[in-house]
Design a binder for this molecule. Structure first.
Ligand SMILES: Nc1ncnc2c1ncn2[C@@H]1O[C@H](COP(=O)(O)OP(=O)(O)OP(=O)(O)O)[C@@H](O)[C@H]1O
Ligand SMILES: [Mg+2]
Ligand SMILES: [Zn+2]
Length: 518
C-alpha cells in the first residue's frame, strides 16, 4: 500500500477517536441519541483541529444503515462508502476554490431530488467564509427551509466573515486548539502503534511547535520520522525545528548574571552557529526567565535542576522581572528587525545594557516611583560631574531629575529616561542625551512614551530628541546609584562606630557584612 501521510492515515472515523473537543462530542452524541437533528451545522476553529473530520463522522451518523446514531457501525456499505470518499449523497465542496454564485447554484440545483444512496443528502462546505455574497444569498434561500432529506455541514476558520443571516441559521460548534499535552499524548500513541521509537521531550517539542493544530503536529511527526530514520530524538527534533534546548541558553545567562560582555558575545556566536529559529530561541529564553522567577520565589520547585537554581540566585527578582519584559518586547519586535538574528542579538544586548537594580531599588512599589530626591548636594554633583560632562548639564539635570518622577513613566520608558540627561528644554522641544553604551535601550516606542508623558505633564505638544554621546552622564539613575552608595557607606560607618557592634566584633572576632546593610 503506498505511503499514506499520518494526517490521512490517522483521520478519526469515530467520535471516540477524536482528540480533545470533548464538549462538542458530548453535545453531538446526545443530540443524535435523542434524534434531535438540526438541518445545518457550522464547525469553526483554527486550522487542523478536526472540523472536516467531525463533519465526515457526522455524515456517517446521519446515514449509517443501522440508523441515525452517534456510533455509526463503520462496516455497512454506506459507512464504507463515506470513509472511502465514494458516497454519492455526500457533496464535499471547498468554498475557497468554488466561490462563484454559478458554482453554488450548480451545487444546489438538484437539492430537491431525494438522495440516491443514503438517508440524507449531505452538503459539506469547507472554508465557507470564502463564498461570494451572491453565493451566500443563493445558499441562504435553501438554508431557510431545506428539504427534510438535506443536511448542511459548514466549516470555517474565519466565522467573522460569514453573514449574520447564515450564522443565525446554523447550529454553531467552536472547536478549540488542541493542547500541547493532548497532542504529545496522541503523537506518543501513534509512535507506539507504528513502532517508532521516540523520546518524550522530542514529542513535546513537536507538540508545542504545532501550536494547537493536530494536522500540523502530524506533518511535523512525518518530517521527524523521515529526518530521524524512524527514531525520534530530542536532539534531531531541535535541529529540525531550529530550536534550542534551554540548557543551550545557560552560558548566555551566566554571562548576563556576571555582566561579562565578551562571554555573552561568545555565547551568542555559539548559538548563531546552529542557525536556530530565533523566534523560538527567544521563547525558550522567556520560558527560562519564567522558571528562574519561580525558583527565586519557591526554590523547592526545582525539578532537581541545580544549575538553574544556582543561576536563579545570581539575579535579583527585579532583574528577572525586567529581563522577562525586555525579552517579551524583543519577541514582539522581532518581525520588525532587519533579520531575526539581529533582533535576537539586540534583545540580548538590551538585557546586558540594562541593569534594573541600578534604576530603582523600591523593592515594594510595582513601578519605579522615584521619590522626588532632594537636590543633590554640591559635593555629590561635583564628584559625579568630575567623572563626566561639564557642569551646565548638571544644573539642567537637576530640573530633569525633578521632572522625571512627575512624568509617571514606568518600565523601560522610565529606565531609558532615567539614564538620560536634559540638554535643552525649549517651548516645544526637549533634547535628552544618552550615553552611547546605553544605545541598546533606545527604541522608537519608548521615545514616543517619554514624549507623550512630557506633553501630558507640560500640557503642550513636545518634540523629543535623544542624542547619543560618548561621555558618561550624571543621569538621575547614576546620581541615585551614587547616593545609595553614599548612604550605604554612611550607614556602615554608623554601624561600625556603634559601641555594641564594636564589642561584638572584638568578642567574637567577627566582621560586619556591609553588603547586607540596605
Ligand atoms: N481533534 C482531532 N482528533 C484527532 N485527529 C485530528 C483532530 N483534528 C485534526 N486531526 C488530524 O488532522 C487531520 C486534519 O484534520 P481536519 O481536516 O479535520 O482539520 P480541519 O479543522 O478541517 O482543518 P482545516 O481548517 O485546515 O480544514 C485529520 O486527518 C486528523 O489526522
Ligand atoms: Mg477542513
Ligand atoms: Zn454503518
Amino acid at each position: 500500500m503506498p505511503y499514506q501521510v499520518l494526517a490521512r492515515k490517522w483521520r478519526p472515523q469515530r467520535f471516540e477517536d477524536m482528540v480533545g473537543q470533548e464538549v462538542i462530542l458530548r453535545m453531538l452524541t446526545n443530540a443524535l441519541t435523542q434524534q434531535r437533528l438540526h438541518h445545518a451545522y457550522l464547525f469553526t476553529g483554527t486550522r487542523g483541529v478536526g472540523k472536516t473530520t467531525l463533519a465526515r463522522i457526522l455524515a456517517k451518523c446521519f446515514n449509517c444503515e443501522t440508523g441515525v446514531t452517534a456510533t455509526p457501525c463503520g462496516t455497512c456499505p454506506t459507512c464504507q462508502a463515506i470513509e472511502g470518499g465514494q458516497f454519492m449523497d455526500l457533496y464535499e465542496v471547498d468554498a475557497a476554490s468554488r466561490t462563484k454564485v454559478e458554482d453554488t447554484r450548480e451545487l444546489l440545483d438538484n437539492i430537491l431530488y431525494p438522495p440516491t444512496q443514503g438517508r440524507y443528502k449531505i452538503y459539506l462546505i469547507d472554508e465557507v467564509h470564502m463564498l461570494s455574497n451572491h453565493s451566500f444569498n443563493a445558499l441562504l434561500k435553501t438554508l431557510e427551509e431545506p428539504p427534510a432529506h438535506v443536511k448542511f455541514l459548514l466549516a470555517t476558520t474565519d466565522p467573522k466573515r460569514l453573514p449574520i443571516t447564515i450564522l443565525s441559521r446554523c447550529l454553531q460548534f467552536h472547536l478549540r486548539r488542541i493542547t500541547p499535552e493532548q497532542i504529545a499524548k496522541h503523537l506518543q500513541h501513534i509512535c507506539s502503534t507504528e513502532n517508532i521509537s521516540s523520546e518524550q521531550p522530542a514529542l513535546e517539542k513537536l507538540a508545542k511547535a504545532a501550536d494547537g493544530s493536530l494536522r500540523d503536529a502530524l506533518s511535523l511527526l512525518d518530517q521527524a520520522i523521515a529526518y530521524g530514520q524512524g527514531c525520534i530524538t530530542q536532539e534531531e527534533v531541535q535541529t529540525l525545528l531550529g530550536c534550542v534546548a534551554q540548557e543551550d541558553l545557560l552560558p548566555l545567562l551566566q554571562a548576563l548574571a556576571q555582566q561579562k560582555g565578551n562571554e555573552l558575545f561568545q555565547a551568542l556566536a555559539d548559538l548563531s552557529e546552529r542557525a536556530p529559529d530565533f523566534q523560538s530561541v527567544l521563547e525558550e529564553l522567556i520560558t527560562l526567565f519564567h522558571r528562574l522567577a519561580i525558583m527565586q520565589m519557591v526554590p523547592t520547585s526545582t525539578s532537581g535542576d541545580d544549575s538553574l537554581l544556582a543561576l536563579s540566585q545570581q539575579f535579583t527578582p527585579e532583574d528577572i522581572q525586567i529581563y522577562y519584559q525586555i525579552a517579551l518586547l524583543g519577541r514582539r519586535d522581532l518581525p520588525l528587525a532587519p533579520s531575526p538574528q539581529q533582533g535576537f542579538e539586540m534583545t540580548v544586548l538590551r538585557l546586558l545594557a540594562f541593569k534594573p537594580s541600578a534604576v530603582s531599588t523600591e523593592k515594594t512599589s510595582p513601578k519605579p516611583t522615584v521619590k522626588p530626591a532632594p537636590h543633590p548636594t554640591p559635593e555629590i554633583v561635583n564628584k559625579v560631574a568630575t567623572h563626566s560632562s561639564p557642569a551646565p548639564a548638571i544644573v539642567a539635570n537637576t530640573d530633569w531629575r525633578d521632572l522625571l518622577p512627575k512624568l509617571e513613566l514606568t518600565g523601560m520608558a522610565y529606565a531609558l529616561a532615567a539614564n538620560c540627561t536634559l540638554v535643552k528644554l525649549t517651548e516645544h522641544n526637549v533634547e535628552l542625551a544618552l550615553s552611547a553604551h546605553h544605545e541598546p535601550m533606545l527604541n522608537q516606542k519608548l521615545k514616543e512614551r517619554i514624549a507623550e508623558a512630557l506633553s501630558r505633564h507640560l500640557d503642550k505638544t513636545i518634540q523629543l530628541d535623544i542624542s547619543l554621546t560618548a561621555e558618561e552622564l550624571p543621569t538621575p539613575a547614576k546620581l541615585q546609584q551614587h547616593e545609595q552608595k553614599e548612604q550605604l557607606a554612611a550607614a556602615a560607618k554608623t554601624i561600625m562606630q556603634d559601641p555594641k557592634v564594636k564589642q561584638l566584633v572584638e568578642m567574637y572576632d567577627a566582621a560586619v557584612e556591609v553588603s547586607l546593610i540596605n
